[in-house]
Design a protein around this ligand. Structure first.
Ligand code: HSE
Length: 314
């Protein structure tokens, strides 16, 4: 039996909500798993990437054995029902740019888990799937919106349980996703954030995360322009993204621009705007990055309200 799952890209953090907030975007990976009938055929992992993605160089580094994230996710699901995966074919059709802060690894984990769950008659419920996906990914902010769609905040509690809630994103807030032509690994991007941060910075992010929830829930544009500020990760990561400081300050002075944040661990930047000519955002960002010899794929998107789906023809 063969099962395919289509999973959206995600943008985590949304400024102050480091490792908590995330939203789904209409760019997709499709993960297909098949229990092969030939004994001894082992694991076969194929990755077919969009040839326009400059980050395909990273594909060669993705493990094709038991260390592959899709395999790890499938193994967790099998283990939860007292089984071990043996003969498996995993195909990853990748449209989500790799190593750009758009949740490509989360999508692969989620797709593999949901496919394995269907293969076994749905033993895991939504919460169990989120919990397993988080265990493989390390944090819940990408995997939760990849499963649920929409805008979500999530928290791994001290007892290991995961608390998550969906928020309603205002329909007229646009997301302009600016994907540069270079990759940034999440581990490098996390390594520049200090293990301990000043109390005043923690308080700053508490205040702004509270504002963020209220601004989204009430579609409060003015509050959103304040809410998107962060002192936990972006001030440290900005040095890893040439041109980010210039882009953020050039967009700040424009009415209709609610903010510009790092998408996940970067290097993609996401501009949130309302009623603004997004072509202008594109040309500004393109022009600034061109000055740094960076080309970019820039797309204006809406939040994808639907999470991962099992494809009927799978
Ligand atoms: N919250 C994570 C980070 C997302 O910013 O490092 C990347 O996986």
């Amino acid at each position: 039996m063969k099962v395919s799952v289509k999973v959206p890209a995600t943008s985590a953090n949304l400024g102050p909500g480091f490792d908590c907030f995330g939203l789904a975007l209409p760019i997709y990976n499709t993960i297909t798993i098949e229990e092969t009938v030939l004994p001894g055929s082992g694991i076969e992992i194929n990755i077919i990437a969009n040839s326009n993605d400059a980050g395909t160089a990273f594909i060669d580094d993705i493990p094709r054995d038991e260390n592959n994230l899709a395999y790890k996710a499938i193994e967790l699901l099998y283990n939860s029902i007292g089984q071990e995966p043996s003969e498996l074919k995993i195909n990853i059709q990748s449209e989500i740019p790799i190593a750009r802060g758009l949740g490509s690894s989360a999508s692969v984990i989620v797709g593999a888990l949901l496919a394995a769950n269907k293969l076994h008659g749905f033993p895991a419920d939504e919460t169990a799937l989120i919990s397993m996906a988080t265990e493989v990914e390390g944090h819940p902010d990408n995997v939760t919106p990849a499963i649920l769609g929409g805008v979500v905040f999530s928290s791994v509690e001290e007892d290991g349980s995961i608390v998550y809630r969906k928020l309603k994103w205002p329909a007229d807030w646009d997301l302009t996703v600016c994907i540069p032509d270079f990759e940034l690994s999440t581990s490098i991007s996390r390594s520049v954030i200090p293990k301990e941060i000043p109390l005043s910075d923690a308080v700053y992010n508490l205040k702004h995360s509270a504002m963020l929830i209220h601004a989204i829930e009430t579609a409060d544009d003015e509050l959103m322009t304040r809410a998107l500020n962060d002192k936990i990760h972006q001030p440290y990561r900005i040095k890893l993204i040439p041109g980010m400081a210039e882009i953020v300050s050039s967009l700040k002075i424009e009415a209709g621009i609610l903010g510009c944040v790092l998408s996940g661990a970067g290097p993609t930047l996401m501009v949130i705007s309302k009623g603004y000519n997004t072509e202008k955002i594109k040309s500004k960002v393109k022009e600034i990055w061109e000055g740094f010899s960076i080309t970019a794929d820039i797309r204006t998107l809406k939040v994808e309200e639907q999470g991962a789906v099992i494809l009927e023809n799978g």
